[in-house]
Write a protein that binds this ligand. Structure first.
Ligand code: GLU
Length: 165
């Protein structure tokens, strides 16, 4: 089992997310990542192995003032424990982290591949961010698009998604 942390507000976000993930470390994980949305831009980092590796990679990153942050420790179920498969995963304007399994990811992935979507990872998670963006383009509304996306995902899971729109 892995961990998932989210923060919205004005506190410094890198330390908040890393501290939160540290609290969840006992659950076990093979890689970790964070993403922060601030002033309409998203910055993300990922690292394999222990949280110290992510802490080192992000040591010069700080994000104060209003923003939204998401953090994840991964226990691989779909795809090897590589940096490419670590979360967050992204599309054109959104970043996602996810605990659990999307049981119907293969059929969703095939549909998205037919639409010309390019995948960067072997995870089940990545289908969710691309499906979300397809729904945003169709519906023009992020909240409705997220509801429609979740309704299409089968399995037991938790998701945090941030979106520039
Ligand atoms: N199924 C996802 C993956 O393999 C999430 C695993 C987890 O819960 O950490 O990346």
């Amino acid at each position: 089992m892995c961990g998932i942390v989210g923060y919205i507000g004005v506190k410094e976000k890198r330390n908040f997310l890393l501290d939160g993930l540290k609290e969840l470390e006992y659950r076990g994980y093979d890689s970790a990542g964070i993403a922060v949305l601030k002033d309409g831009e998203i910055t993300s980092f990922k690292a394999t192995g222990k949280l110290n590796n992510l802490a080192t990679k992000t040591k010069d990153f700080t994000s104060v003032d209003f923003g939204v942050g998401i953090g994840h420790t991964r226990w691989a179920t779909h795809g090897k424990p590589t940096e490419a498969n670590a979360h967050p995963h992204w599309g054109e304007f959104s970043y996602i982290i996810h605990n659990g399994i999307i049981e119907n990811y293969k059929e969703l992935k095939n549909e998205l591949l037919n639409d010309g979507v390019k995948f960067l990872s072997q995870t089940d998670t990545e289908v969710a961010v691309h499906l979300f963006e397809k729904n945003v383009k169709e519906l023009g509304d992020c909240f409705k698009a997220f509801e429609q996306t979740v309704a299409a995902l089968h399995g037991a899971y938790a998701i945090l998604l941030i979106c520039k729109k």
